[in-house]
Design a protein around this ligand. Structure first.
Ligand code: TTP
Ligand code: MG
Length: 391
């Protein structure tokens, strides 16, 4: 099960103005332009929302509703700076951060729980840091998928903290209006209302056939969303490639020693390719396909990016153990590393400690020998022993 956090800053532009100008705190701040100019409100503080002002409202109308408001033209450069600082904090907890706009993002923290604790704790940590370091507040939703997390983060703004537990998806969505479903604009909403559907709960009670009859493909999609089903992955903006290797075994086997040997060999190949490209990565993914073609992929996030086969192998093996190597005889094994960054320019002081310097020199030597004399020139003892053992 995935653990997804959706985070959205509260009254983002306006809150930055209140932070930078303490005299605006507690006042209705309206960002977008001077009161009697053309144009619309970008956003406004919650104090201004109490007067009915909101995003996209003409500034004239905002002035009519809130003549004593603090009207500001906005400083995009400043907001972008804060946005960058925000995203930097988020990326410390997972490389799987998908920004949706300057002030909101999805985070897949499934692989981070081992390191930072449960998703709820990670979200608390992040919110606390945002308050301390940026002096701003955020709202979060935590759920098994993107759709639910996004709906949840919006439910108790500002400073919202809403958790949707697995099994509670339907009950959580039932009382909400159908307009909360993705893809339901005013037009589809009107269509749905004609069918007597007001809340997501109403939709849950209909059959998928009926919805398909009325709305076609969309009906089916809405039905799935209404049940809280959504399997879209969190995709980081600059979709970091992964480097991986997989191998289909000549015979399916559950011989642990042999499988561990294969895993080490795969980890070595991956590590070598990482080093060759000057990359290090934080997310280790293991793939196991069993004799019945059932495939599982499991991944975990490391505290420090790596290009060392020792680390990759240990992590992949731990994942395999946790999943009992897929329980059945194994047909295919794969190891990949993602969440990549340049090893020299990355902020992680990877090679500072003496032990790591030695390790790096060793790896450079091994890589050079392999480059010159071929892949088989140097093989680890672990592989030599185990290869003979199985056949
Ligand atoms: P939002 O997250 O939609 O709004 P918000 O952060 O101001 O308020 P909240 O999330 O608490 O409801 O948008 C983020 C920023 O994007 C917002 O501060 C200003 C800008 N924006 C516009 O410029 N025009 C718009 O129509 C909207 C909706 C936002
Ligand atoms: Mg916001």
């Amino acid at each position: 099960m995935r653990r997804i956090i959706h985070l959205d800053m509260d009254a983002f532009f306006a809150a930055i103005e209140q932070r930078d100008h303490p005299e605006y705190k507690g006042k209705p701040v309206i960002v977008g332009g001077l009161p009697n100019t053309r144009g619309v409100v970008s956003t406004c503080s919650y104090e201004a929302r109490a007067f009915g002002v909101h995003s996209a409202m003409p500034l004239r109308e905002a002035f009519r509703r809130c003549p004593h408001g603090v009207f500001l033209p906005g400083r995009m450069r400043r907001y972008q700076e804060v946005s960058a600082a925000l995203m930097k904090i988020l990326r410390e907890y997972t490389p799987l951060v998908e920004p949706l706009s300057c002030d909101e993002a999805f985070l897949d923290v499934t692989g981070s729980e081992r390191l930072f604790g449960p998703a709820e704790e990670i979200a608390r940590l992040i919110v606390t840091r945002i308050e301390a370091e940026l002096e701003l507040t955020a709202s979060v939703g935590i759920a098994p998928n993107k759709f639910l997390a996004k709906v949840a983060s919006d439910l108790q703004k500002p400073k919202g903290f809403v958790v949707v537990k697995p099994g509670e998806e339907r009950a959580f969505l039932a009382p909400l209006p159908i307009s909360k479903l993705w893809g339901v604009g005013p037009k589809t909403a009107a269509n749905l209302r004609q069918l007597g559907l007001q809340t997501i709960g109403d939709l849950q009670k209909r059959s998928v056939e009926e919805l398909r009859r009325h709305l076609g493909e969309t009906g089916e999609q809405l039905y799935r969303l209404a049940l809280g089903i959504d399997d879209r992955p969190v995709t980081p903006e600059d979709e970091v490639k992964s480097i991986g290797h997989e191998i289909t075994l000549s015979t399916d086997t559950d011989n642990r020693d042999f499988l561990e040997g294969v895993l080490l060999s795969l980890s070595e190949k991956v590590a070598r390719r990482l080093r060759r490209q000057g990359l290090i990565g934080r997310v280790i993914t293991l793939k196991i396909r069993d004799t019945d073609f059932h495939t599982i992929t499991r991944r975990t996030t490391l505290s420090q990016a790596t290009a060392f086969e020792e680390v990759i192998y240990q992590t992949a093996r731990a994942l395999a153990e946790e999943n009992q190597w897929g329980k059945k005889p194994v047909r295919l094994l794969g190891v990949s590393v993602s969440g990549l960054q340049k090893s020299e320019t990355g902020q992680v002081p990877l090679f500072n400690e003496p032990a790591q310097q030695d390790l790096r020199r060793l790896h450079q030597t091994i890589d050079q020998i392999k480059d010159r004399f071929g892949e088989k020139a140097i093989t680890r003892g672990r592989l030599l022993i185990k290869k003979g053992g199985d056949k």
